[in-house]
Design a protein around this ligand. Structure first.
Ligand code: CU
Length: 505
């Protein structure tokens, strides 16, 4: 009989331990610190703004809002399809519900059953006909739900009552089952009752033990499937000819394990790497390393001052999975930076005091200024548009050239590095992921993008050749704190970088 209390005690202890971690969220997700997806663009004849907040636990429900900015929508439908299954294999679309009192705003929830890369199809139907937008999202488990203390104890008590009832039942049945009513059990019957009760207790104990093992196994499997940033490292060394070289290596074993699909270029580059001087945030570079082998990337390191740098490297897998790799690099023995800002090709950097990041208008040098137009206070979790106006030497709104196919790029970082997101006017989604998904929908099932010629058609060579100097980036800051936002545009052939500080409440 001693096995039973023991099992009950371990079960109770486990339930109480589980309580301690009410919701142990990981610090990091696919972008760093947030996994929300924003898309601003066309759905056929309609202009829509789609936001998708994937669940932190899988299976879970993604929260979707669709704002029809232009056009008269009567019906909005949403559908989530896994990247490798496509729309054909996906569940039927769900109707989004119009949000009361909000014109053109629709909301829906979609179940995501397994982790991975999904496309969310948003179909709009109305006065202008029908149109669809495809938004790539990532479903990754970043949190683990614990049991509430009261619930744990309630289950322990209920389980105890059940086991006690079972033991009593078997004991009574063996002791008194064969006796005529009113007759007291003799020694033999009492012994039989005790044996039956012990047997029942032993069986119950085995069941509890098995259940506990199963529970642990499921929990372990979930924990293993949780998203975690891949281990990477970076260093800066002197190369030949006095040029500093940044090397970025993905050291995680899963990277080489063959479980991931190959990388595809985004904006024509396999990797977009950002280096930010730690804590002071006063030196910034946006670089594009080339790949030496499957796990090693290298690029020339610009003349930034010495110090410790946080490195964020964006890559996109063929599955549409866009991830940010994180590392730190110590830069020693640097030259005294000759210029405070510079660019070669698509790479650009900025050192501290070019402009005043605490002001609403930033002078990037060369007479080009960038102003942050929105003045309303920003709250964590609230969807917003970061609006900027670029002006040229004459004070007029500048005409911008495409910078890697886009009117502009914005990088948002919390001062402690716990949030880092790379945005475009079309949102936070990866264009490469979106294009790959649309192409797969059309029946292009090439699985090994790596062995295909590198796809440089990715809107870098076609698409608009000029943009107005007014930019809007849809975003929601995931948590309060102090942030720095870098905005990059191309004007007169040169990449210009502006920096802004902001506090999110
Ligand atoms: Cu880039």
């Amino acid at each position: 009989m001693s096995a039973l209390p023991l099992v009950l005690r371990t079960f109770a202890r486990r339930a109480v331990v589980a309580v301690g971690v009410a919701l142990a969220a990981l610090a990091s997700s696919a972008h760093v610190g947030t996994n929300d997806a924003f898309f601003d663009g066309p759905a056929g004849p309609y202009a829509v703004r789609v936001s998708v907040r994937p669940p932190g636990v899988i299976p879970g429900q993604a929260q979707i809002t669709v704002r029809v900015l232009q056009g008269d929508a009567r019906r909005v439908q949403v559908q989530a399809a896994q990247w490798n299954v496509g729309t054909k294999g996906a569940p039927a679309p769900d109707d989004a519900a119009p949000v009361a009192g909000e014109r053109g705003l629709w909301a829906a929830q979609l179940w995501l059953m397994t982790s991975g890369s999904y496309m969310v199809n948003v179909a709009v139907d109305g006065a202008q006909g029908t149109g669809t937008a495809t938004v790539p999202i990532l479903a990754v488990a970043t949190a683990r739900l614990g049991m509430q203390r009261a619930m744990g104890w309630m289950l322990v008590v209920l389980g105890g009552v059940l086991v006690a009832g079972l033991v009593t039942l078997f004991g009574a049945a063996a002791r008194e089952g064969g006796l005529p009513p009113g007759e007291a059990p003799d020694r033999r019957h009492r012994l039989a009752g005790r044996i039956a009760a012990s047997g029942a207790a032993a069986v119950a104990a085995l069941f509890l033990l098995g259940g506990s093992r199963w529970w642990d196994a499921v929990d372990r499997e979930y924990a293993q499937g949780m998203y975690r940033p891949l281990a990477s490292r970076a260093d800066v060394r002197w190369g030949e000819g006095g040029q500093r070289i940044l090397r970025f290596v993905v050291t995680d074993t899963t990277w080489m394990g063959g479980r991931m699909t190959p990388l595809i270029p985004d904006h024509g580059k396999l990797m977009h790497l950002f280096a930010v001087r730690d804590s002071s945030l006063d030196a910034f570079a946006h670089l594009h390393p080339t790949r030496l082998d499957s796990a090693t990337f290298e690029t020339a390191f610009p003349p930034l001052p010495t110090g410790r740098y946080r490195i964020f490297a964006d890559v996109v897998h063929e599955s549409g999975f866009a991830r940010t790799l994180v590392a730190t690099a110590d830069v020693a023995n640097g030259p005294k930076p000759a210029t405070l800002t510079g660019a070669t090709g698509d790479d650009a950097w900025l050192i501290g005091p070019v402009g005043d990041a605490s002001a609403r208008r930033y002078a990037t040098g060369g007479g080009i200024t960038v102003a942050w137009d929105s003045t309303a206070p920003i709250t964590a979790g609230a969807e917003t548009t970061l609006r900027f106006t670029v002006r040229d030497t004459t004070g007029q709104v500048a005409q911008l050239e495409p910078y890697m196919g886009m009117a502009g790029h914005a990088m948002v970082m919390r001062d402690d590095g716990s949030v880092f997101v790379h945005l475009h006017p079309m949102g936070s989604i990866s264009v490469a992921a979106q294009e790959r998904m649309l192409r797969r929908e059309r029946g292009d099932t090439a699985q090994h993008g790596e062995r295909q010629p590198v796809d440089t058609s990715t809107h870098a060579s076609h698409g608009p050749t000029a943009f107005a100097g007014t930019l809007g980036f849809p975003f929601a800051f995931p948590k309060p704190g102090r942030y720095r936002v870098w905005v990059q545009v191309r004007h007169g052939g040169a990449v210009r970088t502006a920096a802004f500080d902001t506090t999110v409440r």
